[in-house]
Design a protein around this ligand. Structure first.
Ligand SMILES: NC(=O)c1ccc[n+]([C@@H]2O[C@H](COP(=O)([O-])OP(=O)(O)OC[C@H]3O[C@@H](n4cnc5c(N)ncnc54)[C@H](OP(=O)(O)O)[C@@H]3O)[C@@H](O)[C@H]2O)c1
Length: 296
């Protein structure tokens, strides 16, 4: 029996739908399944209640499970949450954990200078030292974070992509691709002890991202480079708290300081997944990029 956590989140919701689409059964751990009724509608998906941080809540959830896809929120409790879950999984007899990790695509991005990647490295090390079989899947920035309403900074009302990263390039990856790789990886032998970096197929400047959104949506978007201070003020006005503002400051600084971006399609190739270009992603979401504007 295979299980995944994090199925109600940005990445996990797309991953669990891919399991259902491919008719691959999986058990899903959710803290509050009632808040996500759509989960129970998915064919082949067994939903169980439990909290990754509370071992006593995981008995039934982990019963008979041999392999887990582990996902949780990129917040300051991520290390504690995932390490406690690793302990509980091991105690329950799970043999293999596939960790959805993360790695920036910037060629000179320092993973220790950004708390998100620092947390992932700490969890990866804990998992490796646990004695369990492990696999790390390390995507770069999600393409979905360019959708209007997300944190990244597409202001659809003004047709602006507002970012404090100058001319640096990024290689965002479509979560749909991550989902296909994750489903294949969960069913594959020979992945234990391996880390898979995964970017999208294009290293793009923010100006190029804005051009691709323009071409797909038919509405002009432009890149608006701003200072770190201005971006922090905009995020603060969106209601983000100091911890998230500090986290974002770090990732933007790291991206500013790393102008070039890697493209690594080895995970796509290893699991036979066709890489989605940003142009394809933007066309798929053309209505999202246009709709907010027409409603404004
Ligand atoms: N954003 C990016 O561009 C990017 C790039 C690469 C990697 N990543 C990594 O991808 C991972 C997932 O990110 P995301 O944006 O999908 O996160 P998210 O939207 O916050 O989703 C997190 C999921 O984990 C669940 N969860 C959190 N704490 C839990 C607990 N104690 N017990 C059970 N479930 C718990 C949440 O459930 P609830 O519904 O109960 O809260 C939710 O389903 C993160 O580790 C992030 O660092 C992100």
């Amino acid at each position: 029996m295979h299980m995944m956590t994090g199925a109600t989140g940005n990445a996990g919701a797309i991953v669990v739908r891919e399991f259902a689409r491919q008719h691959v059964p999986i058990r899903v751990l959710a803290r509050n399944p009632a808040a996500s009724p759509w989960l129970r509608e998915l064919p082949g998906i067994e939903v169980v209640t439990g909290d990754m941080r509370v071992p006593e809540s995981l008995g039934a959830a982990l019963d008979g499970v041999d392999k887990v896809l582990m996902i949780s929120s990129p917040r300051d409790d991520m290390v504690g949450t995932q390490c406690r879950f690793i302990d509980a999984a091991q105690a329950a007899g799970v043999g293999h954990i596939v960790k959805l990790s993360g790695k920036e695509s910037g060629t000179t991005f320092d993973p220790q200078a950004f708390r998100g990647t620092r947390w992932h490295l700490a969890i990866e090390r804990y998992l490796e030292e646990s004695g369990l079989a492990w696999t790390h899947l390390r995507p770069s920035q999600f393409m979905q974070f360019y959708l209007p309403g997300s944190l990244t900074g597409v202001d659809a009302r003004r047709g602006a992509l507002v970012m404090p990263i100058g001319d640096s390039r990024l290689s965002p990856v479509d979560i749909e691709d991550i989902a296909r790789v994750a489903v294949a990886m969960m069913g594959a032998d020979g992945t234990a002890g391996r880390a898979y970096d995964m970017t999208g197929p294009d290293a793009l400047s923010m100006a190029e991202v804005a051009e691709l959104i323009t071409a797909a949506s038919g509405r002009p978007y432009r890149y608006e480079p701003v200072t770190a201070e201005r971006k922090r003020a905009l995020h603060a006005a969106e209601g983000l708290g100091p911890d998230v503002l500090d986290l974002l400051d770090e990732i933007y600084a790291g991206r500013r300081n790393s102008p070039d971006s890697r493209v690594d399609l080895s995970a796509h190739r290893a699991f036979g997944v066709e890489p989605t270009t940003f142009a394809q992603f933007a066309r798929r979401h053309a209505a999202d990029f246009a709709a907010v504007v027409s409603a404004a």
